[in-house]
Design a protein around this ligand. Structure first.
Ligand code: C5J
Length: 222
């Protein structure tokens, strides 16, 4: 067993052999100018800043044999898996499916839906496309984790309070012990990130734990 003694709100104990790293939506559409995040009026530079830290965490997981699972929020080209309520909400400069500088916004196979090159999945790593905010909804994530024998999950990615937190809550309800790497996740809104971290670890880790990437890597011995 491994332990992150400094994890918040109290030490996180896990067996690296039954742990997986889930990297949520580190896609060009959220992180680069001209993508989905930018169409909603967000400053994407905040998200760009965590790419090296996420890369370090992924490298540590690979070095210690912890499987890495990547997710991408995107939709079928005919939008059959995109509810009109999602596509039509708000007043973005471009809607899901419209053509922008990185191809059609949030559409599978388009350049914008790809994971940023610095975090490119390695051969054999699972990549799950998800139409929702939570990675368990309408994907085989649950079955894949059962196949791997995972019991504990480490999370990274964007955005903290939307797809990361939603997926952590889904995982927590399914009985996984979940830890979020604090400096390997980011939001367009600093206050939302801080609030999400507080919510996750409040009430005796009601959703899960948080720790820094350094603390995770130290516990993994890498
Ligand atoms: C959002 C995500 N924020 N990956 N998606 O719409 O968090």
């Amino acid at each position: 067993m491994a332990e992150i003694a400094a994890a918040r709100p109290f030490p996180f104990t896990f067996d690296p052999a039954t742990t997986a790293l889930i990297v949520i939506d580190m896609q060009r559409d959220f992180i680069e100018p001209g993508g989905f995040g930018a169409t909603l009026g967000n400053d994407v530079t905040r998200l760009q800043a965590i790419v090296p830290t996420v890369a370090k965490l992924i490298g540590g997981a690979r070095a210690s044999g912890v499987p890495v699972i990547h997710t991408r929020e995107c939709h079928a080209s005919d939008l059959s898996d995109c509810p009109p309520a999602k596509r039509l909400r708000g007043a973005p400069t471009l809607r899901i499916g419209d053509t922008g500088p990185m191809g059609r916004i949030l559409i599978a196979g388009e350049p914008g839906a790809e994971i940023v090159p610095e975090l490119a999945p390695a051969a054999g790593e699972l990549i799950l496309d998800k139409p929702g905010k939570g990675a368990f909804y309408a994907t085989p994530l649950g079955e894949e984790l059962a196949r791997l024998g995972s019991r504990s999950l480490i999370f990274a990615g964007v955005t903290t309070e939307v797809c990361v937190q939603t997926t952590m809550r889904e995982a927590n309800d399914r009985g996984f012990d979940c830890l979020l790497a604090e400096d390997a996740t980011e939001s367009y809104f600093p206050a939302f990130k801080a609030a999400a971290l507080d919510m996750i670890r409040a009430q005796g880790a009601i959703v899960g734990w948080t720790a820094t990437v350094e603390e995770v890597l130290e516990a993994l011995g890498v």
